[in-house]
Write a protein that binds this ligand. Structure first.
Ligand code: NDP
Length: 307
């Protein structure tokens, strides 16, 4: 009798699905189209376009690129820009006078000071001078205070843009464990507050955090806002996590984020590309903030579908 031969059992190999992209570029383009359409109807009623003043001081090459992107995006949707590029030796007194003048200017709905400023300037003092209703970067203490209190106000563009991206892709946040690496006033802290307001359980990590990988591996939502190439490796990501890469690092290979994209994509469920993830959403949110500030002056409400 022939011995019963066992069936050949094939070892099941789980091929992980690569993470889907949180495509900020496409969403930002959609937002721009919506804003453009709404403004085309609204500007003739109001009699003037929204106005954004961009103050750029010195010759930081990254600032040049960011200011260019912002001005181009404003032109695309119908927002007028003013302000200008000032030499690196511009004084605090000159910028103080400029901001005070822009605060009074009825054609200006938003004032943006492009950071970083040259070292001799006190950026905090200048940001505090901006009329909170024109603070489209959401960095004035009044707007940061409203964020802490959960009151409506102008919100910092990058954190608000990240939240909009997560909302668009219907990423569940309530009850999820969110870890934000980075605690700056510009990104990490306000994003932590927004995630908290969305009922996530939030931890902020920073340069003094002990055993960062142990912490990040617990995150359902992992955000890196540091500015260090390759900081977030695959081993630091919980399988199935949503990974948002805010970092922008200029390398010989071009712009890269903080996350090792190729290694993390097979582990995460959703992932932002760099470029094309958070960056375009930051610009889109600046447009939204400027248009909201403009609409508010005339007692209008920007429809939720627009911004
Ligand atoms: P900051 O330099 O102000 O803050 C960086 C944060 O990272 C700090 O809180 C710092 O900790 C923390 N950090 C530094 N090293 C480590 C480490 N090894 N482990 C853990 N945490 C660390 O930067 P920003 O918040 O302004 O920007 C962060 C990144 O996001 C940058 O790459 C910037 O270019 C990018 N960015 C991108 C935007 C976009 O539109 N995509 C917009 C704005 C910024 P500590 O506080 O202890 O020093």
């Amino acid at each position: 009798m022939n011995p019963v031969r066992p069936y050949a059992v094939k070892k099941r190999v789980d091929v992980p699905m690569p993470a889907q992209l949180l495509d900020g570029k496409t969403l930002a383009q959609h937002i721009k189209t919506q804003l453009q359409t709404w403004l085309a109807e609204t500007i003739p009623q109001v009699g003037r376009p929204p106005g954004l003043a961009v103050i750029w001081v010195g010759d930081n090459p990254a600032s040049a690129a960011y200011v260019g992107q912002k001005q181009k995006a404003c032109a695309q949707v119908g927002i007028a820009t003013c302000g200008g590029h000032f030499p690196a030796d511009t004084t605090q007194t000159e910028l103080t006078a400029l901001i005070e003048q822009l605060n009074q200017d009825e054609r200006v709905d938003g004032i943006l000071v492009q950071l970083p400023l040259p070292e001799h300037l006190d950026s905090a003092k200048l940001l505090h001078l901006i009329d909170p209703d024109k603070d489209v970067d959401g960095l004035h203490p009044v707007n940061l205070g409203k964020l802490v209190r959960g009151e409506p106000g102008l919100q910092s563009c990058t954190p608000a843009g990240v939240m909009r991206l997560l909302r668009h892709y219907q990423i569940p946040l309530a009850g999820q464990r969110a870890v934000v690496v980075g605690r700056s006033t510009l990104v990490g802290k306000p994003l932590g507050l927004l995630l908290l307001a969305a009922d996530a359980t939030v931890t902020l990590a920073h340069s003094r955090t002990v055993d960062l990988p142990e912490l990040t591996r617990q995150a359902d939502i992992l955000v890196s806002a540091v500015g260090r190439v390759g900081l977030i490796t695959a081993a630091m990501v919980k399988p199935g996590a949503v990974v948002v890469d805010v970092g922008i690092n200029r390398t010989e290979k071009g712009l890269v984020g903080d996350v090792d994209f190729a290694a993390v994509q097979p582990v995460a469920s959703w992932l932002t590309p760099v470029p094309g993830g958070v960056g375009p959403m930051t610009v889109a949110q600046l447009l939204i903030n400027t248009v909201q500030s403009y609409a508010q002056r005339y007692g209008m409400v920007v429809p939720a579908t627009v911004g």
